[in-house]
Design a protein around this ligand. Structure first.
Ligand SMILES: NC(=O)C1=CN([C@@H]2O[C@H](COP(=O)(O)OP(=O)(O)OC[C@H]3O[C@@H](n4cnc5c(N)ncnc54)[C@H](OP(=O)(O)O)[C@@H]3O)[C@@H](O)[C@H]2O)C=CC1
Ligand SMILES: O=C(O)C1=N[C@H](C(=O)O)C[C@H](O)C1
Length: 258
């Protein structure tokens, strides 16, 4: 039995994770971390009487093997640091964690020999899109990323878009044509991630979607993936939980365990 703590258990992704754990025979939910969790109705959040609930990181006492983190960009670093220092293997979906904090966590995990996984996206369609984008960038160095998300998303651009842009930049052999466009309205050309323009759309009705547009002389290629429901991320989380138990390093990207 793999014992799991879910940080952010009251949120959209946290609740999907709780339900997935409850439905998986060899996983046991032992704890949940969430601000404002005091006095909640356990039934509403799919928690049985044995699950420990903590409001703050400083209160956490657990025998969990794995720490699943779907929280907010400002808390994930401290949460994951705590997990590694306590020998709990992290599985992290929280986006917007700065590169320097991720680098520190990788070093700490290696020192403590407590491996885990940070995945910008646990959905198979997004992982494949990134792989195909890398391949396409070898032939089409000129590319732009458009990501579209629900209106509650705290960070922009998305973690997936940042990863996609970095992968395109690393894969393309030649420099892209740099258009000499003047922005008559600031931001019209999007943000610059590793030299790749990235545009972030936030609209009600959307969940999580990404397009990568490649252009070449007289032709274009468009890659697109859609997560219509947050259940799309759960097969990846379900794979990651057992995969990190024996890991000695903190891996970045679901492709490491597929
Ligand atoms: N990698 C992937 O495949 C995916 C990643 N994500 C990412 O996961 C994260 C969560 O997304 P989502 O569930 O939609 O967001 P929600 O806002 O629905 O949930 C976030 C939860 O985290 C809680 N929280 C805030 N601070 C802390 C803390 N210090 N410790 C523990 N919990 C805390 C919030 O509580 P409260 O509201 O009470 O403050 C809230 O319940 C985001 O960063 C998102 O980008 C999302 C989908 C897929
Ligand atoms: O906030 C979300 O919803 C998502 N966040 C992740 C990201 O920033 O890439 C993954 C997915 O896009 C959903």
């Amino acid at each position: 039995m793999i014992k799991v703590l879910v940080a952010g258990f009251m949120g959209s992704m946290g609740q999907k994770t709780v339900e997935m754990i409850n439905q998986t025979g060899n996983f046991q939910l032992v704890a949940g971390l969430g601000p404002n969790s005091q006095g909640i109705d356990r039934t509403e959040y799919h928690l049985n009487e044995d699950v420990k609930i903590f409001e703050q990181l400083s209160e956490v006492e657990t025998d969990a093997d794995v720490w699943v983190d779907f929280t907010v960009p400002t808390s994930a670093y401290e949460n994951v640091k705590f997990a590694i220092e306590h020998g709990i293997h992290p599985v992290v979906g929280t986006s917007g964690v700065p590169d320097n904090q991720v680098a520190e966590l990788i070093t700490l995990a290696a020192e403590k020999q407590v491996g885990g996984l940070i995945a910008p996206n646990f959905g198979l369609s997004a992982v494949l899109l990134m792989k195909f984008a890398q391949e396409a960038a070898r032939y089409f160095p000129d590319a732009e990323v458009i990501e579209m998300h629900h209106e509650d998303k705290l960070d922009a651009p998305s973690g997936t878009a940042i990863s996609t842009a970095k992968m395109i930049a690393a894969a393309r052999g030649v420099d892209p044509v740099t258009p000499a466009t003047n922005e008559t309205v600031a931001g019209a050309r999007g943000s610059d991630v590793a030299g790749v323009p990235v545009h972030a759309v936030r609209l009600p009705g959307y969940v999580a979607h990404e397009q990568v547009l490649f252009g070449g002389p007289g032709e274009a290629l468009t890659l697109r993936q859609d997560s219509f429901d947050r259940s799309s991320f759960m097969s990846g989380v379900k794979l990651a939980i057992p995969a990190v138990i024996d890991a000695k390093t903190l891996m970045i990207g679901l492709e490491n365990i597929l």
